[in-house]
Design a protein around this ligand. Structure first.
Ligand code: FES
Length: 122
């Protein structure tokens, strides 16, 4: 699903904002727009509203920190799911995967277990 999220010069540089009904967040790092799944790797809380400071996105709930532009957790190998972003005529377009719909809870839990880290998870 391609989502137009607005003009590049209107994207904030100091926080991330939800787009596509909250499925993704976008932020601008300099002149580069970035998009990630709106889901913190700590406890799956939304990242929307998270502050961006010094090239680091900070989750608003427990302040996990993600380096930009990669989305990699500071001090870890884990990385946010990034979505492709293009700028077309000054407008930012994010490519978001199709909604998985009603996934069985078993699949959701297995995905979580596969990405969970004993050192980082709580
Ligand atoms: S849910 Fe993001 S840091 Fe805890």
């Amino acid at each position: 699903m391609r989502v137009r999220v607005g003009r590049i010069d209107e994207l904030p540089t100091d926080r991330c904002v939800a787009v596509a009904g909250g499925r993704a967040v976008v932020v601008r790092l300099g002149d580069t727009p970035l998009a990630f799944e709106n889901r913190c790797l700590h406890q799956a809380s939304p990242l929307a509203g998270g502050r961006v400071d010094g090239g680091v996105l900070i989750c608003p709930l427990h302040f996990w920190r993600y380096r930009l532009p990669t989305g990699r957790v500071v001090g870890s190998e884990r990385t946010l799911t990034a979505y492709p972003v293009t700028v077309e005529g000054g407008e930012v377009v994010v490519e978001i995967p199709d909604d998985p719909g009603d996934r069985p809870i078993r699949d959701v839990l297995l995905d979580h277990a596969r990405t969970w880290s004993r050192e980082e998870g709580t």
